[in-house]
Write a protein that binds this ligand. Structure first.
Ligand code: GDP
Length: 444
């Protein structure tokens, strides 16, 4: 999980200062010392850490007074704001050219995930922004790179412009722009050549492609798991090509987070998107503030809601809400919900986005393995229609039959029934609250 160590340590530090009615200089000193160690351990650039700590100390000691917060809470607010600022502050946007197509040039070292991310980005542009992108294969040195992009194009149903391996990348890029124009594509994503290391020849070629097509964005793809190396790579590419943003891949496998926390401060260029897995839908817009909140264990409800919105269709969501309101939610609805949650991605990632969930006993380390889900599904499927609609008819012999039918035990059936009842109770409270406030969701 991304930022796991840092998150644990910072949350521990925060816990200590949270309830304090008075915070003196010594408290701030102690806290910042712990924050400093946590950041260094997360492989954040040492100079970045130094500046960060200085800012926190200055702000926390000469603290702005807010009546609604205790001094301890104010210090936490400062840490969160600075953490968000460190990662770029405001979230960045993706360019839109006055005259389509908007041209995006993807650059990066081999293996960083450039080709995969080109496909993911096209996918995201279509899914979340309703755009019509085209891809172009301008990596002519690695024959497999063209095949790979073409395969991704087929998989996602995007056209891929290519001229094979004999053509000049500059010509390919130019032609691709013409082709995109002709076919009315509003975005063109050009995959360029990578190398194992930065070299003059590569930079020369990328510079020529840049000059020829004058891209609206130059996105550098770097691998989060390489830590400070990723930051150095970003610095070099930026010096040579003046990149417009960074796409940080493999954040799903980066438990430390050093690159994510250092890149903006070192290069001045924002992280625009993050790769969270190998699948072609595992690319997310990078929101510094939400990420800071997630690191500090304050959750990220906005991302969770957005994620849910792309998975759940609106009609179903409305029906479900009505069911919650009049408490007619059944086991069949429960099954449907589970299928949708499964579509949203790994459960531990989802839990991380729920405020306070990381502190809930048992939840953090609960392993939501597929086996458990299969059991729950089997139990529900072994119920009769009547039982699914009205679990109150459940008696000992019914439970026994269900346990047998699903290959589970009566105690597992009991546990599920209990959970279901609690869930219904919560839904009722939740929808009452929602009704009162009129709009928006209310979370603890
Ligand atoms: P390129 O040489 O830069 O074009 O890299 P590729 O696109 O071929 O990707 C290299 C490897 O990284 C592939 O196995 C990808 O599936 C994997 N990869 C790319 N992005 C991510 C990511 O966000 N998370 C994970 N876990 N793997 C990724």
């Amino acid at each position: 999980m991304a930022f796991e160590g840092l998150s644990d340590r910072l949350q521990g530090t925060i816990q200590k200062i949270k309830g304090k009615g008075k915070v003196n200089e010594q408290d701030v000193k102690e806290m910042t010392r712990e924050v400093r160690l946590a950041l260094l351990e997360a492989d954040v650039n040492f100079k970045v850490v130094k500046d960060f700590i200085k800012k926190i100390r200055e702000r926390a000691v000469g603290q702005e007074v807010m009546e609604s917060l205790t001094p301890g809470q104010q210090v936490i607010k400062i840490v969160k704001e600075e953490l968000s600022e460190l990662m770029g502050g405001d979230e960045s946007r993706i360019a839109v050219a006055k005259k389509p197509p908007t041209v995006i040039m993807m650059v990066g070292l081999q293996g960083a995930g450039k080709t995969t991310t080109a496909g993911k980005l096209a996918n995201l542009l279509r899914k979340s922004y309703n755009r019509k992108p085209m891809l172009a294969a301008a990596d002519v040195y690695r024959p497999a790179a063209i095949d790979q992009l073409e395969t991704i194009g087929k998989q996602l149903d995007f056209p891929v412009y290519s001229e094979g391996t004999d053509a000049d990348p500059v010509d390919i890029a130019r032609q691709a722009v013409e082709e995109a124009k002709e076919q009315n594509h509003d975005y063109l994503i050009i995959d360029t050549a990578g190398r194992l290391h930065i070299d003059g020849e590569l930079m020369g070629e990328l510079g020529r492609v840049k000059e020829a097509v004058n891209p609206d964005e130059i996105f550098l793809v770097v691998d989060a798991m390489t830590g400070q190396d990723a930051v150095n790579v970003a610095e070099s590419f930026d010096e040579q090509l003046d990149i417009s943003g960074v796409l940080l891949t493999k954040l799903d496998g980066d438990t430390r987070g050093g690159a994510a926390l250092s890149i903006k401060a070192v290069t001045g260029k924002p992280i625009k998107f993050v790769g969270m897995g190998e699948k072609l839908d595992a690319l997310e817009v990078f929101h510094p503030e939400r990420m800071a909140s997630r690191i500090l264990g304050m959750g990220d409800m906005l991302s969770l809601i957005e994620k849910a919105e792309t998975q759940v269709d609106e009609k179903q969501a409305k029906e479900l809400e009505a069911k919650m309101r009049n408490a007619s939610f059944t086991f069949d609805d429960f099954l449907e919900q589970m299928a949708q949650v499964k579509n949203m991605g790994p459960l531990d990632e989802i839990i991380e986005m729920i405020p306070g969930a990381s502190k809930m006993k048992g939840l953090k380390n609960a392993s939501f393995d597929d086996k458990q889900i299969v059991h729950v599904e089997a139990i529900i499927q072994s119920m009769t229609k009547k039982e699914r609609n009205d679990p109150s008819v459940m008696n000992a012999s019914r439970k026994k039959r269900i346990a047998k039918g699903s290959g589970t035990s009566v105690s597992e059936v009991n546990r599920l029934l209990k959970q279901f009842n609690e869930m219904k109770k919560m839904m009722k409270q939740f929808s009452n609250q929602k009704g009162k406030k009129g709009k928006g969701m209310n979370f603890p």
